[in-house]
Ligand binder design. Structure first.
Ligand code: UT7
Length: 333
C-alpha cells in the first residue's frame, strides 16, 4: 500500500504587522494583558481585503510548498482547502485557489473544521493517497480573520487573538515504509458548538442577512473563552496520547510536538500535562496570533526553517477548536 508524506511545506502572511500597541490605540486593551493571557505580541492583518483573500494568501503559500517539493502546479491531482473565513459564502476558497494556480479541472474540496482544519485535511489526503486515488495533493489552510472581527472594546476578547495568514503542504505518495503520515485521529462534539461560533449570517435566518444581526452584534464571532480553554487543555493531551498509543511510539521518540497555536498558556498546560521538556513543544504564537486552519502549517514551516526538526524525525501535530473539534497526527518527516 502507498504511504503519504509531506514533500513540501510553505507559508505566506500579509506584510502588515499589527502589534499589541497598535491595538491599544483602537480598543481598551494593553500589551501586558495580551502577552500575559495569550503570549501574543503581534499578528498580521490584511490591508486590502479585496486583493489579499484566503485564496491569494493560500496560493502564495502553495507556491512555496510546491518549490520545496520540486513540483510544478500541474503535478497536483487534487486540492484540499481548509478555512473558516472563505472570501464568499459559496463557492468555497478551493476553486478560487485552483484558478489562481491555473489548475483547471482537478477536484477541489473545501473543509470547514476551524482550528483542526489542517489535520482533518491531512487525514483526508492520507486516505486518498493510501487508496491509490491520487499521487500529489495540495493541502492549504488559510484565514483572513481581520475583516470579520469586532475591532472595538466590545469585541476585544476575540479581536486580539486572531491573525491572518496561510500555510500549505504538498502531500505525495511514496513506497517507503515507516515514513510520512503514520496515523491521524479526528474528533468532534457538536454540543459545544455555540461556545465558539459565528451565528450570523446564515441560512438559519430569513432573510439570510439583516439589519438586526448587525444591531445585536451577532455578525461577529462569539467565544466563551474560559469554557474553550478548559476543554482545550484536556483534549489536546488526550488526542496526542491517542496517536502515540496507535503507533506504539512513546513521548521520548518524539522530536517535536507542533500544536495548533491557540494560546501560549494552552500550549504550556499541554506541555506540563504530558511532562514534555519545553524544547519539544513548538510555539510561534507571539508572531502571528491564532491563525486557525493556517497555524499548524505556518508553525511547521517556521520550525523546519529554524532547524527544530529534520529528516526522519517523529512529529506530533494536534489541534482543538470550534465545533468543538479536536485532532492529532503523527508523521515521520
Ligand atoms: O483556537 C481555539 C479557540 N480559542 C481558544 O483556544 C481560546 C481559549 N481561551 C483563552 O485563550 C482565554 O480564555 C482568553 C485569552 C480568551 C481570555 O483569558 P482569560 O484569562 O480566560 O480572561 P477572561 O475572559 O476571564 O477575562 C478576564 C478579564 C475580564 O475583565 P473582568 O470581568 O475580570 O473585569 C475581561 O473583560 O479580562 C478582560 N478582557 C480584556 N482586557 C484587556 C477580555 N479581553 C481583554 C482584552 N484586553 N483584550
Amino acid at each position: 500500500m502507498k504511504r503519504a508524506r509531506i514533500t513540501g511545506i510553505g507559508k505566506y502572511v500579509p506584510e502588515n504587522v499589527v502589534t499589541n500597541f497598535d491595538l491599544e490605540k483602537i480598543m481598551d486593551t494593553s500589551d501586558t494583558w495580551i502577552r500575559e493571557r495569550t503570549g501574543i505580541a503581534q499578528r498580521h492583518w490584511v490591508t486590502n481585503p479585496a486583493v489579499e483573500t484566503v485564496s491569494t494568501l493560500g496560493a502564495e503559500a502553495a507556491k512555496r510548498a510546491l518549490d520545496m517539493a520540486g513540483l510544478q502546479p500541474s503535478d497536483i491531482d487534487f486540492i484540499i482547502f481548509a478555512t473558516l473565513s472563505p472570501e464568499h459564502f459559496f463557492p468555497g476558497g478551493g476553486v478560487f485557489l485552483q484558478e489562481k494556480l491555473g489548475l483547471e479541472g482537478i477536484g477541489a474540496l473545501d473543509i470547514r473544521n476551524q482550528c483542526t482544519g489542517f489535520i482533518y485535511g491531512l487525514s483526508v489526503a492520507d486516505q486518498f493517497i493510501r487508496s491509490g486515488m491520487y499521487k500529489n495533493i495540495l493541502l492549504v489552510g488559510a484565514e483572513v480573520h481581520s475583516t470579520g472581527i469586532d475591532k472595538t472594546t466590545r469585541g476585544r476578547d476575540v479581536a486580539v487573538l486572531f491573525g491572518d495568514g496561510a500555510g500549505a503542504a504538498v502531500i505525495s505518495a511514496t513506497d517507503e515504509k515507516d515514513c510520512g503520515i503514520l496515523t491521524t485521529h479526528l474528533h468532534a462534539d457538536g454540543k459545544h458548538a455555540k461556545h465558539l461560533w459565528l451565528q450570523n449570517p446564515g441560512s438559519a435566518q430569513s432573510p439570510f442577512v439583516n439589519e438586526q444581526m448587525i444591531a445585536d452584534n451577532s455578525i461577529y464571532p462569539y467565544m466563551n473563552g474560559r469554557y474553550v480553554f478548559k476543554y482545550a487543555v484536556t483534549r489536546f493531551p488526550e488526542v496526542i496520547m491517542e496517536a502515540l498509543q496507535a503507533t506504539g511510539y512513546s513521548k521520548n521518540d518524539v522530536k517535536l510536538v507542533i500544536p495548533h497555536q491557540a494560546n501560549q498558556r494552552i500550549t504550556e498546560a499541554v506541555q506540563q500535562k504530558l511532562e514534555l521538556p519545553t524544547e519539544k513543544v513548538y510555539s510561534n504564537i507571539h508572531n502571528y496570533g491564532n491563525t486557525t486552519a493556517a497555524s499548524i502549517p505556518i508553525a511547521m514551516t517556521d520550525a523546519l526553517q529554524e532547524g527544530r526538526f529534520g529528516e526522519n524525525d517523529l512529529l506530533v501535530l494536534a489541534a482543538f477548536g470550534s465545533g468543538f473539534t479536536w485532532a492529532s497526527a503523527i508523521l515521520r518527516w
